[in-house]
Design a binder for this molecule. Sequence first.
Ligand code: UDP
Length: 360
Amino acid sequence: MTTGDWKTIFVTGGAGYIGSHCIVELLESGYNVVAIDNFTNSVIEEDGKSAALKRVEKITGKKVTFHNCDLLDKERLEEVFSKQKIDCVIHFAAIKAVGESMQIPLHYYRNNMIGAINLLEVMKAAGCFQLVFSSSCVVYGEPKSLPITEDHPTGNITNVYGRTKYFIEEMLNDITAAEKNWNIISLRYFNPVGAHPSGLIGEDPTKKYTNLMPYISQVAMGFKPELSIFGGDYPTKDGTGIRDYIHVVDLATGHVAALSALYRKHLRLRVYNLGTGKGVSVLELVRTFEKVTGASVPYVIKNRREGDISAMYADTRLAEEELGWKAKLTVEQMCRDFWRWQSTNPHGYRSSVKNGNSEK
Ligand code: UDP
């Protein structure tokens, strides 16, 4: 990978789960990072700094320039953006709880859509047209074929959160068709799990979890009595749902590869899947977690969760061919690293914080 003469990367949502892991890889690849976050979904310490980013600095021995800034506050965004020359932006900031997005859709549309529009307008005004967008495999809706390739139709999405990702991708399509300056990669993540192997950063376990691995881990810690497995009658190898789990560190290196690709070539807009290409069932994940951690995860099979699909996994060839990137870490490593983070930080970043606001 090369940083070329790109020096400074602007990261929105830098204090979040994926943002913080990505910043570690950016710093270790030689970039400077300017990060913003509004702490809707991450922890701020008493000194006004981000708990996660302090740990990032500890891991890398490098400094992160950080601003407490909400993308909905366009004036403030303009102010922090114009403080230095930005070579490329990585846009992670979004609210992402699927269930909640159905209850308060307007809030999700305002936050995710207007946030993205403000960011694009501020970038354009500053003459910065390079962007990596954090998208999701949710844009594919119900898969018509597996593994899913990037040319699979998008749309037909069953939840509001997913629709915000889809609408932003559509917006990027229109913008890049109309204005040739833009150079954008949209990365469609499959199921990011795991944590940095240092155990210092990870997905904050103080949130109300609905995702599978954090839930498994909470059960293994004894914080929850059992895991509910949503559906045991899917047409899959063991009847439980299949997903493509990807280690968050692999996901982060995918962003570094995307920056390199944008630097090398003017792409207008390209989309890539970031997954491993391997489908893993809920039961397989539970068993692997138990095996590598030695903890026990009692479960009960319940009814299917509304809107869930039976199986989803990526075709990863395009990212391999064009970005020179491939996920390397195994499901065992995903479980081991997640467990190291969870067991040494049972209350996440809050252990060291008095007035954290990691809950919404
Ligand atoms: N799942 C489950 N119990 C839970 C949470 C998730 O059985 O408490 C299943 C879910 O039905 C799906 C898989 O685990 O088959 C991954 O779910 P998650 O919410 O993590 O990701 P997504 O459905 O968005 O891919």
